[in-house]
Design a binder for this molecule. Sequence first.
Ligand code: IMP
Ligand code: MG
Length: 175
Amino acid sequence: MTDVQEMLFDEHTIADKVREIAARISADYAGKELVLICILKGAAVFTADLMRHLALPVTVEFIQAASYGASTTSSKNIAVVKCGEIDISGKHVLLVDAIIDTGETMACLFNAFVKRGPASLKAVALLDKRSRRTANVSVKYCGFEIPDKFVVGYGMDYGEKHRNLPYIAVIKTTQ
Ligand code: IMP
Ligand code: MG
């Protein structure tokens, strides 16, 4: 694929990390039930893999936040597009995203969901571009910290493409 520049994490490296994160979550929430909220579309693949390694009673919900579209720059105007009637009152909730960039999306979702009275609310992301953070948000579980490069694969897209790659790669952009 011509626009994929450099592989960052191969399938096995990702699988090992997902299992490691799942083990930490399973230990931390032992004896509790957990609601996973998957932030579509990017976290679909990560959520599907993560949930299958959780040794807990789990329910899963799906929401969609405003996306970059075909751009690689972030926006502070995040809208929750699909939120549904998810009742999280008194429940332990984990927001699941594939990647935290500026953190604005996760901060906005935290604000929205904390108002619904969960017993606890935390976040998990496979990737973290920590150097780009502008929002004050805490991500309890994080797989890999990555440099400020635009990545695709394992659910993540550039202009809706490359979500299906089983690995994570840096993409060439013209910007
Ligand atoms: P934030 O609000 O800036 O933290 O952006 C988070 C969202 O932007 C993620 O849920 C992704 O959908 C998208 N995103 C951020 N960085 C990348 C990237 O490198 N590749 C693909 N999507 C990204
Ligand atoms: Mg996107």
